[in-house]
Design a binder for this molecule. Structure first.
Ligand SMILES: [Cu+2]
Length: 119
């Protein structure tokens, strides 16, 4: 009698621990594609530039693609370049010939910002 109860407790402990284990493994999700990117392609989607920050070598052409359902622009904060309105599927390319950090934004949605670091 006592032994049976002991086994029952053991079994439920094993079940409990396997339940807990199935909950793990969801921690790898990383939303931040920003700071360490060296991509020369930037996607515009969900009202954001992705990656929002990228680092490229001098002479690199960076291409933005509007994958969003609304129009956006890629406009340098210092107005050194601007795409004009990009509809869904449109692309815009700009070649960075001087070193420095170039901040840009969307003229329509000024909260959308990004930057290209050129080295
Ligand atoms: Cu926009």
């Amino acid at each position: 009698m006592k032994k049976k109860l002991f086994i029952a407790i053991q079994v439920s402990l094993v079940l409990l621990s396997s339940c807990t284990k199935s909950g793990s493994g969801t921690y790898g999700y990383n939303n931040n594609t920003g700071s360490n990117s060296t991509s020369n392609t930037v996607s515009i989607a969900n009202m954001a530039f992705n990656p929002s920050s990228t680092s490229v070598n001098k002479g690199t052409t960076v291409t933005w693609t509007n994958n969003d359902n609304m129009s956006h622009t890629v406009t340098a904060d210092d107005n050194s370049f601007t795409s004009g309105n990009l509809s869904k599927g449109d692309t815009y390319s700009h070649t960075f010939t001087t070193a420095g950090t170039f901040a840009y934004h969307c003229k329509i949605h000024t909260g959308m910002t990004g930057q290209v670091a050129v080295k």
